[in-house]
Design a protein around this ligand. Structure first.
Ligand code: FMN
Length: 203
């Protein structure tokens, strides 16, 4: 598929065919592409928790969602045969930038204009999303609620130093997929969001 087509076709898919697992070679390609993401100082402070068996996926949903009858969103999302949780590792960045070529030996977090560990892990997640499209599959990036992060870590033995930035569900799209109602807001156009040369008309 042409790259521009991959970009245009990418959209979040929220229903999956539960009987069509992600082929192992596709799963591995998703992960191989994820680690091609850029990272500040080539810190590569990311990790990916891959959940595939029904027991692993059940444990994820139990830890991250409310008990009781699932709503429509959850019913459809639970059909995804593959979950990839990208996790950011801040310490890897503080360590990397304390090295002689960077010199931030005080490990002072106020030096960081934005949390590059989350930025880079988000870029890796985007590569997973785009690769899924390129392979003819669907995927959705969704959040893990703030009050469920500890339960998530406990369920999978994730060290406290690793922070899940969200989760990517992957699979062949199902028939009941629903686009996000948020899309009714419309895509903001280039003219609206791009500032050329200076911010305002007055410069
Ligand atoms: C950081 C982030 C968090 C998101 N969280 C959720 C989520 O919790 N549940 C969900 O269904 N979609 C989630 N989305 C998907 C957005 O709703 C979606 O990207 C947006 O509506 C645009 O639609 P599209 O990606 O299909 O073009 C999230 C997307 C991002 C980038």
């Amino acid at each position: 598929m042409e790259f521009s087509e991959v970009v245009r076709r990418r959209r979040m898919v929220r229903d999956y065919d539960p009987d069509r697992p992600v082929p192992p070679e596709v799963r591995e390609r998703l992960l191989e592409h994820a680690i091609r993401a850029p990272s500040a100082g080539f810190s590569q402070g990311w990790a990916f928790l891959v959940l595939e068996t029904p027991a692993e996926r059940d444990r994820f949903w139990a830890a991250t969602t409310d008990a009781g009858a699932p709503d429509g969103w959850l019913t459809r999302m639970r059909r995804a045969p593959l979950l990839v949780v990208p996790l950011s590792h801040k310490d890897a960045y503080l360590d990397r930038y304390a090295a002689p070529d960077k010199g931030w030996t005080d490990r002072d977090e106020s030096r960081w204009p934005v949390p590059y560990w989350d930025v880079d892990t988000g870029m890796a997640a985007l590569l997973v999303l785009l690769t899924a499209v390129d392979e003819g599959l669907g995927a959705c990036f969704f959040g893990i609620p703030a009050d469920r992060r500890d339960a998530f870590r406990a369920a999978f033995g994730v060290p406290a130093a690793y922070s899940p930035v969200g989760c990517v569900s992957v699979g062949y799209p199902g028939p009941a997929d629903r686009r996000s109602p948020s899309l009714r807001r419309g895509r903001r156009g280039v003219a609206e969001v791009v500032h050329r040369g200076s911010w305002g008309a007055a410069g």
